[in-house]
Design a protein around this ligand. Sequence first.
Ligand SMILES: NC(=O)c1ccc[n+]([C@@H]2O[C@H](COP(=O)([O-])OP(=O)(O)OC[C@H]3O[C@@H](n4cnc5c(N)ncnc54)[C@H](O)[C@@H]3O)[C@@H](O)[C@H]2O)c1
Length: 292
Amino acid sequence: MGRMDGKVAFITGAGRGQGRAHAIRLAEEGADIVALDCPSQGSIPHPLATEEDLNETVRWVEKLDRRILGIVGDVRSQASLDSAVAAGIAEFGHIDVVVANAGAWSVGPFWEIPEEEWKDVVDIDLLGVMRTLKAVTPHMIERGSGSMVVIASVNGKEAGVNYAHYVSSKHGVLGLMKSVALELGPLGIRCNAVLPGVVRTPILDWQGGWDLMAGGPGLGTRDHMESGGKAYALLKGVGMLPPEATSEGVLWLASDESKYVSGQELAIDGGHMLLPGLNMANIAEAAAAANG
Ligand SMILES: NC(=O)c1ccc[n+]([C@@H]2O[C@H](COP(=O)([O-])OP(=O)(O)OC[C@H]3O[C@@H](n4cnc5c(N)ncnc54)[C@H](O)[C@@H]3O)[C@@H](O)[C@H]2O)c1
């Protein structure tokens, strides 16, 4: 008996990273999957998932003898999400779980981030979550049940230097999650959030991510992903988390094991949020010294 037997989960941003890990973990427990990814790039500076990435997710899930529908789509478009949900219902008959996971970012002081990047990041990280939940809501209301899991971030609770658009969006996602939980609870639908800490995925594996971990623009090298990850975690021996770490929280919130839980924020962050904080200026100074 799997913990997700008979259930269907719709996951955005499932082409790689944590989204792929969620698809695999839920499928391991018996779920069939609707996986959406591969949007247009827009002004996002880091690479997004390719169709080959999405096909790889499809192969992983099929290897588990579960069914999966891979859909090229974009959370910036309500029509794209609505048609993905319609395709999922046509294929599997129902959708029980939605994981609003797609995300992207860029870097820069808030007053220098171009308006286009502000719009794209908010469009994906906040409005994209709203559209994803909206797409499944009529179906879940009709069924009188459903579990919604939104992927926020520790940046839903705390600020960060040089990505104010992302921080603003993730704070907004938690407000959205609680409002949705309040509105849909009486209709039998739950909504909760997972707040990842620093996770080893491609969203951080580019110059902007390396700089974030090093403490300032131009200071980062790829090595800073791992060393910075260690600085973020409280728990002994924990650095950057593997993508599968957050899938355990997603699985619990998606499954009936959490049937009495709604409106909650589950941080999976190696204890990061208990730390008094990081002095990025000091980290930057150390990184600059190390770089000669
Ligand atoms: N990696 C971390 O350290 C970290 C920390 C906190 C929160 N998060 C959040 O976790 C979630 C998953 O990110 P990840 O770490 O797996 O990174 P990732 O870049 O590997 O995955 C994000 C996925 O979202 C997809 N995506 C981006 N814009 C999209 C759009 N407009 N439409 C559809 N898909 C889109 C990307 O193509 C990619 O496959 C994101 O919401 C991210 O903000 C990540």
